[in-house]
Write a protein that binds this ligand. Sequence first.
Ligand code: CP
Length: 338
Amino acid sequence: MRFAGSHVLSVGQFERGDVEAVFAVADRMEPYANRHRITRVLEGAILGSMFFEPSTRTRVSFGSAFNLLGGEVRETTGIENSAIAKGESLYDTARVLSGYSDVVAMRHPSEGSVAEFAAASRVPVINGGDGSNEHPTQALLDLYTIRSELSSQQRGIDGLRIALVGDLRFGRTVHSLCKLLCLFERVSITLVSPAELRMPEPIVEALRESGHEVLESDAMEEGIAHVDIVYSTRLQEERFASPKEAALYRGRFRLNQQVYTRHCDPNTVIMHPLPRDSREPARELDDDLNDNPNLAIFRQTDNGVLVRMALFAMILDVADQVDEHSRDVRWYTGGRSR
Ligand code: CP
């Protein structure tokens, strides 16, 4: 695809070469994300950050990524703080906000809403999550992390063995990740969930049509054995009809150090898109894993900045000019090791 001027709405728009191109640019962003160098390549540009649903890392890392490229961020958070609460349409909102920005990053609770916004926008729009549909930049950063974690074992994404655990019905990050994995070869995927929270059938079919081996199970201990990656997910309570219904599944799958030691291979990498639910009834990824060197969750969040910087640089067509507009930083940058 041609990135310059394009929306990023779904991972379905990518070919394998596009994903590899994003990763190659993301690799080059490391000195800037690590504060070894500063670039002003997007000086004067404005990111419109429109998050109509709660977010910590996606919203802040989009903003940080844009700032690290030298641009400014204007944001609105929560439907209640925008004129949408007064009945303004997404069309009008998009026409207005795209007049104030060079690119927009948006999250919204309704599936398809970001695409609807993009259709009316005068500038490129990046989907930061639309309901339970997709979260394409999370999938890119997840796959970038998988690539990075496996590279230390001289392995690539082809031939990956991965277990996805938890709420696979409503979890948009796993939907997007599975679609992205369809671009790769010989992937073995174990989908661990309660029967009622299975991965949507069209996504399972797409994985199988790509030649991947897919196993569906409700037994976590068996599912996480002999895989390269265990990708745990939070119960998406906000998508359930009632808290009572969500409570039926809370705490069903809990990965902690004891379970890991007993069932996982010693170098199995642990991932989670975050937030993890650390409250006692849930704890799908226990805090007692925090000192496990294979816990990659904070390397994932760091990688989110690299991948989002790459996307901004490519969409605004400055990827080749980033270094040209750079210099060393002047402030203390110790203590930021990744
Ligand atoms: N992974 C993710 O989307 O996190 P936030 O909801 O904090 O943005």
